[in-house]
Design a protein around this ligand. Structure first.
Ligand SMILES: Cc1cc2nc3c(=O)[nH]c(=O)nc-3n(C[C@H](O)[C@H](O)[C@H](O)COP(=O)(O)OP(=O)(O)OC[C@H]3O[C@@H](n4cnc5c(N)ncnc54)[C@H](O)[C@@H]3O)c2cc1C
Length: 505
């Protein structure tokens, strides 16, 4: 691969990249496309993360593709099943033939003169040697996820080097790690920590989840009984569609309720945990967060597995700040010392846009932090570029599906207008909010300033609302005052963009 030209170049062969390819094949069948994937397998997140118990924390009826029913009885599904679902979709649809593995996109430079992106990627050969290759495309579609793949986030804890046991990060789980009969401390209280705890507690001597402060944890049935019953009495596609809408409606209801009546929702969640763990358990210290529900992602645990492990005495929670590591474990500021043979640092991700690729438009580097997001999909002033960023309060795929459909509508609209370029123009619109609002987990707070911003009104808002996005991305007309359709300049003496505007107007 190298030197070729494609209509569309997709970065990433994860859940979104396969979704994008499916939509292109179906709705823009004449467009040529390629997927550049830095790894050697399909699946993205669901291939990378291999820690014990790895699973979805939203239901697969909404996290599955709109076009491919999720028929596995488990709605909260193991990572392996999700990986197989994505890979099988790619095989069944012939998408796998379009993927170039071991190609890491480094840079993309747009030329208005040619109405094309030149994409530079680092290709890793079978012998491990790397070489740069360049490709060109008319439209660049980033499905590279939202975090750095090379390494997760690891804060520097005092005297970590003194610790004699093994330290592992969930993003790089060692295949050979044997934790049976060992004492494990997991640092963290997010989705990964609450997944690891019950899974490791099955064979470990004891597992302690060490958190600085608590997270909202809600138990949910692993199987969706209504969805499974519907599948028995009607075609899978119908059952899937009904179950998907049922779950969309339920999640939207819960989210709205949490925003409008945070105290009510908070009390409900805490009461449920107290009931499960018993009145002796210190729920106030370990399971009562300082923030309101949904200010950070809510953690789901299937069939209360985390609480069961605690009740059975195989696991516990410690809440407090780390003073330092010791040779045998971790000492807290309270003076308590946790002994550990293994420490798992479930300390999170490093946020990263466009898979770390640099973007340049007509010789000028794009500073993402000073762009505005157009419909949460494109960037102001950057032609022929779209990216998938899913919901923080619902399944990622709901939005990925909408964005992929929207990009196809946009490409078809460009063809009908005879325009080779489309650029969102923000005009007087000002940045008034970060890309993701009212959502403050550490990984967001650490990096969100360098992400695109939101304006005050549509189409410069990024909604966390599926119904609004259905309208904005699926039903509302593609043409919009904020979208400039154009062609490369052919008229000497006037600027490229001015000439281009005149041609398509
Ligand atoms: C542990 C974990 C659990 C999660 N659970 C849920 C959940 O239950 N529900 C939910 O909705 N969301 C969840 N998410 C969010 C999750 O990332 C999305 O659900 C979904 O997997 C994102 O798919 P994606 O294809 O957009 O991104 P990814 O899965 O991240 O895939 C991106 C792909 O792009 C490739 N790539 C990146 N950069 C480059 C580059 N420069 N060049 C070439 N290729 C590149 C990557 O190798 C990867 O294959 C979870 C995330 C994590 C980390």
């Amino acid at each position: 691969m190298g030197g070729e030209r494609f209509d569309v170049l997709i970065i990433g062969a994860g859940l979104s990249g396969i979704d994008a390819a499916y939509h292109l094949q179906k709705y823009c069948p004449k467009k040529s496309y390629v997927i550049l994937e830095q790894r050697q397998r399909i699946g993205g997140t669901w291939d990378l993360f291999r820690y014990p118990g790895v699973r979805s924390d939203s239901d697969m009826l909404t996290m599955g593709y709109s076009f491919r029913p999720w028929t596995n009885p488990k709605a909260i599904a193991p990572g392996e099943d999700i990986r197989n679902y994505v890979a099988q979709t790619a095989r069944d649809e012939g998408i796998d033939r379009h993927i170039c593995f071991r190609h890491r996109v480094l840079r993309a430079t747009w030329s208005s003169q040619d109405a094309a992106w030149t994409v530079t990627a680092l290709r890793e050969g079978a012998d491990g040697r790397e070489e740069q290759v360049t490709l060109t495309c008319n439209f660049l579609f980033s499905c590279a996820g939202y975090y750095r793949y090379s390494a997760g986030y690891l804060p520097e804890f005092p005297e970590m080097q003194r610790y004699a046991g093994r330290i592992v990060h969930p993003q790089a789980w060692p295949e050979d790690l044997n934790y049976a009969g060992k004492r494990v401390v997991i640092i963290g209280s997010g989705a990964t920590a609450v997944t690891l705890l019950p899974a490791m507690a099955r064979t470990a001597a004891h597992v302690t989840m060490l958190q600085r402060s608590p997270t909202y944890i809600v138990s949910m049935p692993e199987q969706d009984r209504i969805a499974n019953s519907l599948r028995r009495v009607m075609p899978a596609a119908w059952a899937y569609r009904i179950s998907r809408w049922k779950n969309v409606a339920y999640m939207m209801y819960v989210y709205r309720l949490a925003l409008r009546f945070p105290k009510f929702v908070k009390t409900g969640i805490i009461k449920q945990i107290s009931k499960t763990l018993g009145s002796d358990y210190d729920v106030a210290t370990h399971f009562t967060p300082r923030y309101n529900p949904w200010e950070q992602r809510l953690c789901l645990v299937p069939d209360g597995d985390l609480f069961e492990a605690i009740k059975a005495g195989r696991a516990s929670v410690a809440t407090g700040a780390i003073e330092r590591f010791t040779e045998a474990g971790i000492r807290l500021q309270s003076g308590e010392e946790l002994q550990a043979d293994i420490v798992v640092t479930a300390t999170g991700l490093v946020l990263q846009a466009f898979g770390g690729a640099e973007l340049e438009v007509d010789g000028r580097r794009v500073n993402l932090g000073s762009t505005l997001a157009y419909k949460g999909v494109m960037l102001s002033g950057v032609p022929n570029l779209a990216a998938v960023f899913g919901y923080i309060n619902a399944s990622w795929t709901l939005k990925a599906d909408l964005i992929c459909g929207y990009v196809c509508r946009l490409l078809n609209r460009m063809d009908r207008k005879g325009a080779r370029q489309v650029t969102p123009r923000s005009g007087d619109e000002q940045a008034v909010a970060p890309f993701v609002e009212k959502f403050t987990p550490g990984y967001m707070e650490r990096a969100i300033v360098s992400w695109p911003k939101q304006g005050a009104k549509a189409p410069w808002r990024v909604y966390q609302n599926y119904l609004r996005d259905v309208w904005s991305l699926k039903w509302s007309p593609v043409d919009n005052d904020a979208l400039e359709f154009s062609n490369p300049a052919e008229v000497p003496g006037i600027s490229t963009s001015e000439a281009a505007r005149q041609q398509v107007a």
